[in-house]
Design a protein around this ligand. Sequence first.
Ligand code: 5GP
Ligand code: MN
Length: 323
Amino acid sequence: MNPIIQRIKAAGRILVASHAEPDGDAVGSLLALGLALEKSGRRTTLYNASAIPAVYQFLPGAARITRQLEAPEVYDAAVILDCGDISRLGPDWPQVAQIRLIINIDHHLTNTGFGHYQLIDGEACATAEIIHRLIPQLGIRFDRDIATAVYTGILTDTGSFRFANTNAAAFAISREMAECGVDPYHVAQHVFGSYSLGRIKLLNLALNSIEISPNGKLSVMTVTRGMLAETGTQPEDVDGLINYARRIEAVKVAALIQEQGDGETDGVGRTRFHVSLRSDGTVDVAAWAGAFGGGGHFGAAGYQVETSLAEIKAQLTRWSVEM
Ligand code: 5GP
Ligand code: MN
């Protein structure tokens, strides 16, 4: 922590970035640290490779997040949040990697340890928990906007205080953030309150796609580009659907296979897919994801593969025998 504080204090122009296709923790941590640094007079760029999902656009400062990077030499430091691997930043990660000082702040156990300085705590419920620790150390006080970002990161990454990563800090920080003016009802209304009609229709297709392994321990949900097109939805609308597959009785691991890109194959039937995994807490899905170059947490992980849908399902089914 201390060298990181010194480095951030000494930096003039800072890039703060989080992983592409951001979830609530990626957006919340980015805004919390970004707004805090701006408040202390730092020149800060808040970067994410993807558009910010509609449900997080209510967050104060969300409109300040940019998808544009300037040349690496412009920045004195980059603070990279919630990325287990630097390539999670998205296609422009090599440009970020050239910035002279890289600070890696994360809560994924599988973090590769990239960068010049690392602040990695696998016990933290969210990256926002670590940012909450960092901000006062930088001599910055929480205000309602920063607190709302921290609270949203913790609320979403703990699945509303239900997932296995929910810890005492999640509650203690949430209480403190509420005392700083966060309105939990307002946040919940934006984050969970309403689904577009398209998203409900996508949910219908996704539920219909569920397949169960012969031993009943694995459920597989599939979301294709065609389903998004048919329902007029975006990749961000897929967030959270996997939880339906996980809740099925006797299921130990749920997988969500999501077709990526424009859906074109390479001529031999290979397409790029993202596989999300959730376990009931008895199976280490980070280890499985790691074997495919991905990562995550014991109970929630993911990886990317370029193969056929049938091959991914066959691999998962073989694995289900050992569960
Ligand atoms: P999700 O399934 O929501 O995309 O991700 C679940 C967890 O696994 C998150 O903590 C996320 O950071 C991690 N994860 C998902 N996909 C990947 C991936 O392709 N690579 C790595 N390293 N981690 C991933
Ligand atoms: Mn996170």
